[in-house]
Design a protein around this ligand. Structure first.
Ligand code: NA7
Length: 528
């Protein structure tokens, strides 16, 4: 049997790597178990063509080390997947993390036994630890799209979130892409460059604004880095944790001219800051309609074929699903080799050996299918592991009616067990990296407190998690995000409980609550 470790961390993405570093810097015996053959988490698996972050690289990076953030040179406004993976490898090298990471270890069971966590995979090997920390990511459990006949397809078939290492050649091929979320909208322009024919199989169109990606201007970088500390501190005071300008005006109180000028400015700048154009876009339907109209008019301007541009308009609530940041997506539909199929009007009947049978269209021959069909978000990776807490409670069973957590950090019945950016934390609604760092610092501080005060366990109280859940639910009802189908609500997964999974009350409120808990000797937790 292995020795008992202080901490086992599951997952070697952004969260796991910093957690490992932080715990080791406090002198704890900590190790990571990672199922992939490489570190990187999401940025290892999602290596599909066009994969790029939708958060600006100077902000989508660690701030725990001033030297690190000064020395690393991002090349583009939005970093591509290989660059982010290089960055994470640089971090692991720089802080000597590799020796404490076990790759290719697919955790299957995490069981609380004799006041220790026992962690095992497919074979006999077991790890024991006082603390177990889940750094398994929010968008890491690929959704297995159940499409009739797909197992009979004899051509090439790839999933964006499990993209193979080898180079995939699109030339001279007829290709179908399923899914028009962020992943699909990044893949489609890339595939269209060389495919003989590309069918975009769209079930629901999404709102998108331009990325206007570009090489970073060295003067801008120098200036940003000079003020890195202040920039980071300022970002933390904003609901999303992104440093950007929030307009305090309502979209409903400005003149038509002012409305247009603000949206023009945001469109020209590109990026998620479009949603900060007015104070009420995410909360007031009439305000939101001014933004949807603006984007839908832009689709009309870009896409030459009127019928196609109509099909590309979501006619929904912008920001309700994750706003997509696109590079040449709409323009791709002006290419002669690209055809849009609206699956709401013409659903897939069956995938055949060599093609796809579509209602109202018939069978189309296909060489390659690309599935960009999304994730079982927030809880998928956790529920995929058999996690058994005190009194034989299975986490999956406990969460059958939606996750119950205290701050997305811990859950009653599971002592010494933490989730980084778990359900009920701001996570995906904020800039993930600072949010991860805030969680890691909090968890590491908590473990250090437990050890120095000679406690042996900490567990979230049932009443504290119920209260937090109610508060999150109330905050969610106050936003427009609650009122359309999205993975935030779990509605992309058949049978998944419809609740709002991330905490929507904003980063400053959340940080304040976390700090208050510490200052009040971990109120809401039982320490033994
Ligand atoms: P998303 O945003 O969940 O998008 C998945 C897309 O796949 C979406 O358009 C779905 O349509 C579509 N989908 C899912 N299942 C099917 C089937 N069976 N048939 C046809 N179309 C289907 O995932 P992404 O990977 O693009 O992005 C996830 C996040 O990563 C993103 O929000 C960023 O935060 C980064 P639907 O809308 O369900 O009708």
């Amino acid at each position: 049997m292995h020795a008992t470790h202080d901490v086992i961390v599951i997952g070697a993405g952004f969260a796991g790597l910093y957690m490992l570093h932080k715990l080791r810097s406090y002198g704890f015996d900590a190790h990571i178990l990672e199922r992939a053959p490489s570190i990187g988490g999401t940025w290892y698996w999602n290596k599909y063509p066009g994969a790029r972050c939708d958060t600006e690289s100077l902000q989508y990076s660690y701030q725990f080390s001033e030297e690190l953030q000064q020395e690393w040179e991002w090349t583009e406004k939005y970093a591509r997947q290989p660059e982010i993976l290089n960055y994470l490898n640089h971090v692991a090298d720089r802080f000597q993390l590799h020796a404490h990471i076990k790759l290719n270890f697919d955790v299957k069971n995490i069981i609380y036994k004799n006041e220790l966590w026992e962690i095992s995979g497919k074979n006999e090997e077991k790890f024991h630890a006082n603390f177990c920390i889940m750094a398994t990511g929010c968008l890491s459990q690929p959704l297995n799209a159940k499409i009739a006949g797909i197992e009979d397809f004899e051509g090439e078939c790839y999933q964006s979130s499990l993209w193979p290492e080898k180079e995939i050649d699109f030339t001279k091929k007829t290709i179908a892409v399923l899914g028009t979320g962020s992943s699909g909208m990044q893949i489609i322009p890339e595939v269209a460059k060389s495919a003989k024919k590309l069918y975009v199989l769209q079930r629901t169109p999404n709102y998108s604004v331009p990325a206007h990606n570009r090489s970073l201007d060295p003067d801008f970088v120098q200036e940003f880095k000079k003020n890195y500390k202040k920039n980071r501190a300022d970002a933390k005071k904003l609901v999303s944790g992104f440093l950007t300008t929030y307009n305090k005006k309502s979209a409903l109180e400005v003149t038509k001219q002012e409305l247009k000028e603000e949206y023009d400015k945001r469109w020209a700048a590109g990026g998620l800051a479009f949603l900060a154009a007015f104070s009420d876009i995410t909360h007031n339907l009439d305000a939101n309609k001014t933004a949807t109209k603006y984007i839908e008019d832009k689709i009309d301007e870009i896409v030459k074929n009127k019928k196609i541009s109509e099909e590309l308009k979501p006619r929904s609530i912008v920001g309700c699903k994750r706003l997509v940041i696109e590079s040449n997506y709409y323009d791709t539909f002006n290419k002669g080799n690209v055809e849009l199929i609206n699956l709401k009007k013409n659903p897939i009947s069956w995938i055949k050996r060599k093609g796809i049978d579509i209602e109202g269209i018939g069978e189309i021959d296909i060489d390659m299918i690309i599935l960009a069909t999304g994730f079982d978000a927030m809880t998928g990776a956790l529920n995929n592991i058999n996690i058994i807490g005190k009194n034989n409670i299975n986490l999956k069973d406990k969460w059958i009616n939606g996750p119950e957590t205290y701050l997305g950090l811990a859950t009653n019945g599971f002592p010494n067990f933490f989730t980084i950016t778990g359900p009920g934390s701001p996570s995906v609604l904020t800039n993930m990296i600072p949010t991860i760092e805030q969680h890691v610092d909090w968890i590491a501080g908590c473990i250090r407190y437990i050890k120095t005060k000679s406690y042996h366990s900490i567990e979230a109280n049932r009443d504290a998690e119920i209260e937090w859940g109610k508060y999150n639910d109330k905050c969610a009802h106050d936003t427009l995000r609650y009122y359309c189908d999205s993975w935030y609500l779990g509605s992309n997964v058949t049978g998944k409980k419809r609740v709002f999974y991330p905490f929507v009350g904003g980063l400053p409120v959340y940080i304040e609550k976390c700090e208050k808990i510490v200052n009040n000797s971990y109120e809401g937790f039982t320490l033994e």
